[in-house]
Design a protein around this ligand. Structure first.
Ligand SMILES: [Fe+2]
Ligand SMILES: [Fe+2]
Length: 138
């Protein structure tokens, strides 16, 4: 799978969010570059740990910012939080698959992570940033 190239449509204009997004994409690119040929279980386990822990930190930051801006009860935010919940659920499922089918789990993880992060950063996170900047201009 090709690495993800950062492009301007991923920038939100909110530095703390952009920094974390860049780090997530960098982490993902390391896994994409190293491939899955060797040690799929180890690879799946590392990916799961990285993308659970750091994603939680990141979701917390977005939640905090939404709350601070007073938009955490808006439909827009609730839909956004729903995407985060879906991510958690999918990561949990792929984690369960890792013990019985490490190869399949590692492959599915890589494509899910690549798809989900680029779609979410380019979609829901852009809308969140627009709403945040409207409420609390930098
Ligand atoms: Fe985000
Ligand atoms: Fe988000």
């Amino acid at each position: 799978m090709d690495p993800v190239r950062w492009n301007d449509s991923y920038n939100t204009g909110i530095e703390r969010i952009d920094q974390q997004h860049r780090r997530l994409i960098d982490m993902l690119n390391v896994h994409l570059a190293e491939g899955l040929l060797d040690h799929p279980l180890q690879r799946a386990t590392t990916m799961l740990a990285d993308f659970q822990n750091y994603a939680e930190q990141h979701f917390c930051l977005e939640e905090e910012l939404a709350e601070h801006a007073g938009i955490h009860r808006s439909t827009n935010w609730l839909m956004h939080a729903g995407e985060h919940d879906y991510y958690r659920k999918r990561i949990h499922e792929l984690g369960q698959l890792a013990t019985s089918k490490p190869d399949e789990s590692a492959h599915q993880l890589l494509s899910f992570l690549r798809y989900w992060w680029t779609a979410h950063i380019g979609g829901a996170d852009q809308r969140l940033a627009e709403n945040l900047l409207r409420k609390t201009p930098l």
